[in-house]
Design a protein around this ligand. Structure first.
Ligand code: FES
Length: 109
């Protein structure tokens, strides 16, 4: 368990979500109604940065080919538009624990 500091809690609260660089990873973090989420921000299809958060469904859509990922599990819920037959279970994204530590958002990498 290695917690890494990212951005301030206030910045995430204002933005609702952000993509942050942690070591060699880019991680999508979100604050949805006070609950923090984190998962890989690099799409498993063709490496675009995901980022269209749907806070009601807790999903994130990739802007490139519209794959949709479950924010809680990282599972791919909708395949990329260009690869409808791709196996969904192989294209999920890793999720991370995220916490607020004294005003800073930290990710367990
Ligand atoms: S790169 Fe994300 S759906 Fe294609």
């Amino acid at each position: 368990m290695t917690w890494k500091r990212t951005i301030s809690s206030k910045a995430l609260e204002k933005a609702v979500h952000a993509s942050v660089k942690v070591d060699d990873k880019v991680i999508f973090i979100a604050n949805v109604n006070g609950i923090l989420y984190g998962m890989d921000a690099v799409c498993s299809h063709a490496r675009c940065i995901i980022g269209e958060l749907n806070p009601n469904e807790l999903t994130v859509k990739c802007p490139c080919h519209h794959a949709v990922f479950d924010l809680k599990s990282g599972a791919m819920l909708e395949p990329p538009y260009v690869a409808k037959d791709a196996p969904k279970d192989k294209l999920g994204l890793r999720t991370y624990q995220v916490r607020d530590n004294n005003g800073w958002i930290e990710v367990d990498v």
